[in-house]
Write a protein that binds this ligand. Structure first.
Ligand SMILES: C[S@@+](CC[C@H](N)C(=O)[O-])C[C@H]1O[C@@H](n2cnc3c(N)ncnc32)[C@H](O)[C@@H]1O
Length: 291
């Protein structure tokens, strides 16, 4: 039976309460013009809980005993999780042909054969698994210890990442040879090989949860592509400062092709590589300088 549920309007006060709450939690910023997005997406949660107003939903999020679980549902509804294997190919070329050889040369001299790479905002896992496949293609890394850490705030996407089963859409820019080598077909989809999975750890992490982020340790490369576009300037600055702290001196920060540090930070150097421009943490940099 079809049950008609009238749309419940979101008042300006409710919009501000919910918008500020979401922003404080995870940096996602909804401008006045995008009020309708919050209204539309959260309407489903009101229906689910049979609530009469957005203020009731706000109280549920703040004070209910199941608020953590509800926050997870809310984040799942608000995040944009679009991703695919081998996204932004020119940047990946810089990564494999220039960045990795440069880091490895440096580390060899120190007698250190460990690589640590963070895919921050990894969504359903295509990005960290792409990094893993690219590194598996490099015979010179055979006796290196490689840790790729994929993190995201949305529990829903992490489930897919942990499973590693992908549909056609994820392969829109994947060379067939990779699919043949690193996937096998299962139930009309493609399951990623254990050799790739073994290099990747998938974890739940909110980029604004400073104590938990600091537990990650130091990284050689951080990929954070197509994530900070959804943050406002203050939130972008906070996240970039976090990345600066997490990177080794001379470590690299790779943002999405439409993202830059202009007006956000001067703490990184812009390196013009053959295929792309990337950010690098200088050798000697005062923590927080220019951020
Ligand atoms: C558009 S996807 C980008 C995926 C991948 N990096 C790529 O470029 O293909 C953005 C991801 O950032 C995640 N995200 C947004 N805010 C976050 C936060 N505060 N902490 C961690 N992840 C966040 C979203 O859940 C989403 O999965």
């Amino acid at each position: 039976m079809f049950v008609f549920t009238p749309d419940i309007p979101m008042s300006q006060e409710e919009f501000r309460l919910l918008r500020d709450y979401v922003y404080q939690y995870c940096g996602l910023h909804f401008s006045e013009e995008s009020k309708y997005i919050l209204e539309k997406r959260l309407a489903r949660r009101l229906q689910h809980h049979r609530l009469k107003s957005f203020k009731d939903y706000y109280y549920l999020l703040r004070y209910n005993s199941s608020k953590d679980q509800e926050l997870t549902e809310l984040i799942n509804l608000l995040t944009t999780n679009e991703t695919y294997f081998f996204r932004e190919d020119f940047q990946l070329k810089s990564f494999t042909e220039e960045i990795i050889p440069e880091i490895c040369r440096r580390k060899e001299q120190e007698g250190n054969r460990r690589l640590r790479i963070w895919s921050a905002g990894c969504s359903t896992g295509e990005e960290p698994y792409t990094i893993a496949m690219l590194l598996l293609e490099k015979p010179e890394l055979r006796d290196w210890q490689i840790d790729i850490i994929g993190t995201d705030i949305s529990q829903q996407v992490l489930k897919v990442a942990r499973r590693g089963l992908y549909g056609e859409n994820s392969f829109r820019s994947t060379e067939e040879s990779y699919r043949r080598k690193y996937f096998r077909s299962q139930d009309g989809k493609w399951l990623i090989d254990d050799r790739v999975k073994k290099l990747v750890t998938i974890s739940h992490l909110n980029l604004f949860d400073a104590p938990r982020v600091s537990l990650l340790g130091k990284m050689d490369v951080i990929f954070c592509r197509n994530v900070i576009i959804y943050f406002d300037l203050a939130a972008k600055r906070r996240v970039i400062e976090t990345f600066h702290r997490r990177l080794q001196p001379q470590g690299f920060l790779l943002l999405g092709h439409s993202e830059s540090l202009m007006n956000i930070s001067t703490a990184f150097e812009l390196r013009h590589l053959r295929h792309d421009m990337v950010y690098q943490k200088p050798l000697a940099s005062l923590s927080g300088a220019g951020l």
